[in-house]
Design a binder for this molecule. Sequence first.
Ligand code: SAM
Length: 239
Amino acid sequence: MLRDRLYEPWGRLDRAVRTNRPTSFDSSQGELFDYLKGRAEEQKKFVDGTHALGLIPSRALARRFDFSRFRHLADLGGGSGVFAIEIARRHRHLRATVVEREPVCPLAEQYIRAEGLEGRVSSQAGDFFRDPLPAGADIALLSHVVHDFSPEENAALLRHLSNELPPRGALILSEWLLDEDRSGPLAAALMSLSMLVDTRGGRSYTYGELRELLRAAGFRSVERRALLGAAQLVVARKA
Ligand SMILES: C[S@@+](CC[C@H](N)C(=O)[O-])C[C@H]1O[C@@H](n2cnc3c(N)ncnc32)[C@H](O)[C@@H]1O
C-alpha cells in the first residue's frame, strides 16, 4: 500500500500543504477505506499492519484501565481485534465485539480464533457512524479512528455514540495526540500529514479539541491519561 498508493502522493506533499487537500486520490476515486474495499490482499496487509502496531499499546490499555464495572466492550473500527483480544484476555468477566467494515470481519475472526477467544470476542459488520452499538455494550473504544475523519464527521460520530451508550457508559479514545500548540510530538504531526495526503478531512487532534467535541456530543466528564509513548487515552463518561 505504501508503494502502490502513497509513495507518489507523498512526493506531492508541498501541494497538499499549500492547498490543504489530499493528493492520493481525486474526486473520481475513493478514500483509503474505499480503495481497500475491492483489494483483499491490500486489506489484509493493512489489518496485519495495524495488528502489529497495536500489540504493545493494547496490552498497556488492558493493564492500565479499570474495566471492572463494565460488561461488554464495543471495539469500533477495531481492525484485527487486537485491542478487544488483549482486553478480553486480561479481563475475564468482559465480552467484546469488534465492529468493522464487512471485508475486515473474517480477518478479525481469524485473529480471535487463533487466540481461542471466540467464546467471548466476536466481530460484527457495521458502520459505526449509524448502526446501533452491539446489544449490551456499555463501553466503546475508538482506537486510531478519529484521526481518519474531519471535526464535523467526528462530531456526528461522537453524538451517535453518546446517544447509543447506556447512562453509566463510557467511551475511550486512543490516539497520538498533538500538543495544544500543535508543535509536536513528531508521531502525531507525521500522522496528521499522512491523513492530509490520504483522506478528505482526517488529521491529528489536540486533547482540547477532542474534549470540546466530546462535551458537545453530550459526555459530561472527559479526562486524559498517558498510555505509551505518543499514545494517549481520552476517557469520556456520560454521567
Ligand atoms: C486506522 S484503523 C484502526 C484499527 C484499530 N482500531 C487499531 O487501533 O489498530 C481504522 C479502522 O476503522 C475501520 N472503519 C473505517 N470506517 C468505518 C466505519 N464507518 N464503520 C466501521 N469501521 C470502520 C477501518 O476498516 C479500519 O480497520
